[in-house]
Every structure is written in structure tokens, then in C-alpha cells.
Ligand binder design. Structure first.
Ligand SMILES: [Mn+2]
Length: 313
């Protein structure tokens, strides 16, 4: 990967916009903030804006950005495998587009593309970039290190996902030694939840059903209302089912009220790739972490049966 070209693009633009994906998570938001802060600290003469219309409760970093600003800017898009995922469609009007991401490269939408599907997170790739030879001499502040470490923790679930590697640890280690912060402080910040959220989670997990070695929750409008979740909350909390010895596959099916259809998050252990199922139903993702949108209740039930059978193969 040639990071020099990325640096040259940054150097040649006066205005830079940094974008993230819809339904933002820690990796999307922290990598976005880290890059924006890095750019502001090292290129004080440039104007850098963080774009995104949907909010993230742990960290409020988005700004109001005018269309004319975006038009003149270099847009750097983080953590978005396809254009439909990008929060704020105005990204497409930017003068030049750069993509940095770890999702399968389904759509070629950028002028410059830094995709590494072997990385645990976009924050991990960004760490590799900022500590690379190309970026030597630039300052990486404690705040930038903390944010990137937080992004790696979120997506790698504390270094436990199947795409966490020795490289992930090496890069995380550089952040900790360079930033000089306590790892446990960042872990607490990223994973801590309040009591109300904990009680909602208890209700959420009470809908969990197991057949074969597949566990799932199927949540319609009524169930989601009872929990106090929307479909995104439900899907984000698929991590609750990640450490159950008896399961090979686990999934969350949740009704999207606005679309009138169901959305699914699928997860599995390393020897049980499930992205084929996602593709079959019009979705996509990684071998052990995939998603689908726009399903009918009948399709959900059909897929649950298929996953039940697959999980004991
Ligand atoms: Mn990510």
C-alpha cells in the first residue's frame, strides 16, 4: 500500500471532509475523529470538517458542513464498504474521494482506495497509516492514540474477533506506548453502559431461542417496543451472544419500522462462514460477521431454519 499518495492528496487540499457510515459505531466515529484531529494538529492552515447526520451517543463529533465546502474538499471516507452506507450523500460532490476501510471491497467508489480486509477495524488501518514511513515526522497526540485504540477495541471486541491478529496487537501496542494512556481507562469508556441499558439488555436476551447450534432473536414491532429498542439497537447487541460454547452461529432479526421490513445481523465461529447466506438474501459481509436488509417475515423464518440446520453440519 502506498501511503505517500494519500499524504500528497492531503497536502494538496485546503479543505478536507471526513465521512463515516450510517448507524455509526465506535470504529466509525473514533477513526473519523482521530483522523480529523490528526489533520488539524498537523496542518493548522487547512480546514477540516467531520461529516455525518446520524448521531452517536458516546461521542459527539459531527459538524454542520455546507454543500459548497464539501464540493471543494478532499473527502476521506472511513469504514464504508459501499456508497449506500455513507452518512451524507453529499460526499459524492467532493473534488476527490479517498476510501479507507476493512470491509470487502464491493463497490469502487473512490479515486484512491486503501482497503485491507485482513484488518480488524478501520482504526487499525489508520494506525498503520499514521505510524508509517510516509507520515514520519508528524505528531500523533495522546487524544488521537486513545481514539484509535477505542476504535480497535470496539470492532475487535477487545481483541477476540476472528480478524484480530498479531498485527492488530502490534498496532494497538504502538498506540498505548506512544499515547501513554491506561488501556483499562479506554476499555471502560468504550464498554461501560448505564443501568437502564443493562435492564433493556436483559429483556432483549430473554427473546433468545436456540435450535441445533444456532441461537437467534426475532423481534417484531411489538417485541422491540417492549424492550425499548429500535432495530439498530437490537442488531448492535448481537455481541451479547458471542461467547456461548454450544453455539456455532448466532443472529439477530429485527423489524425496521421505517422500511417495513426486517434486518438481520449474522455471526459465527471461524469454521462456520455465514456470508454465503447473507449474499443469497441480498446482503453481504465478512465470513464470520454479515448482514442483510429488506427481508419479509417469511424470509426470516426460512433463513432461521436454514441456519439451524447449517449450525449442526
Ligand atoms: Mn469498522
Amino acid at each position: 500500500m502506498k501511503y505517500e499518495e494519500l499524504l500528497h492528496s492531503i497536502q494538496s487540499y485546503e479543505k478536507i471532509t471526513v465521512f463515516r457510515h450510517l448507524s455509526p459505531d465506535g470504529d466509525a466515529v473514533f477513526s473519523q475523529a482521530a483522523l480529523a484531529i490528526f489533520l488539524k494538529e498537523n496542518f493548522p492552515e487547512k480546514k477540516v470538517k467531520q461529516c455525518g447526520l446520524q448521531s452517536f451517543d458516546l461521542y459527539d463529533n459531527c459538524e454542520k458542513v455546507s454543500s459548497s465546502f464539501i464540493k471543494d474538499s478532499l473527502a476521506i471516507i472511513l469504514d464504508c464498504g459501499s456508497t449506500s452506507r455513507i452518512d451524507d450523500e453529499r460526499y459524492s460532490t467532493a473534488d476527490k474521494i479517498i476510501k479507507i476501510d476493512h470491509h470487502p471491497d464491493l463497490e469502487k467508489y473512490a479515486d484512491l482506495n486503501y482497503t485491507d480486509t485482513s484488518a480488524s477495524s478501520t482504526s487499525e488501518i489508520l494506525t498503520d497509516i499514521l505510524f508509517s514511513r510516509a507520515f514520519k515526522g508528524y505528531q500523533i497526540s495522546e487524544e488521537v492514540c486513545r481514539l484509535l485504540y477505542g476504535g480497535i477495541l470496539t470492532d475487535s471486541l477487545n481483541f477476540t474477533t476472528s480478524n484480530s491478529t498479531s498485527k492488530t496487537l502490534e498496532r494497538a501496542s504502538r498506540l498505548v506506548s506512544h499515547g501513554g494512556f491506561h488501556m483499562s481507562d479506554v476499555a471502560e469508556w468504550v464498554f461501560e453502559r448505564d443501568l437502564g441499558e443493562f435492564q433493556k439488555l436483559n429483556l432483549f436476551t430473554s427473546f433468545f431461542k436456540v435450535n441445533g447450534k444456532h441461537g437467534h432473536v426475532l423481534l417484531g414491532k411489538k417485541e422491540l417496543k417492549k424492550i425499548g429498542f429500535d432495530h439498530r439497537d437490537a442488531k448492535n447487541n448481537i455481541t451479547q451472544f458471542g461467547n456461548i460454547r454450544e453455539l456455532n452461529v448466532w443472529s439477530v432479526f429485527a423489524y425496521n419500522e421505517k422500511e417495513g421490513t426486517y434486518e438481520v445481523s449474522l455471526r459465527s465461529k471461524r469454521n462456520y462462514p455465514i456470508n454465503g447466506f447473507a449474499v443469497e438474501y441480498g446482503g453481504g459481509g465478512h465470513p464470520n460477521a454479515a448482514g442483510i436488509k429488506g427481508l419479509s417475515l417469511r424470509q426470516c423464518r426460512e433463513l432461521i431454519d436454514k441456519l439451524d440446520a447449517y449450525s449442526i453440519q
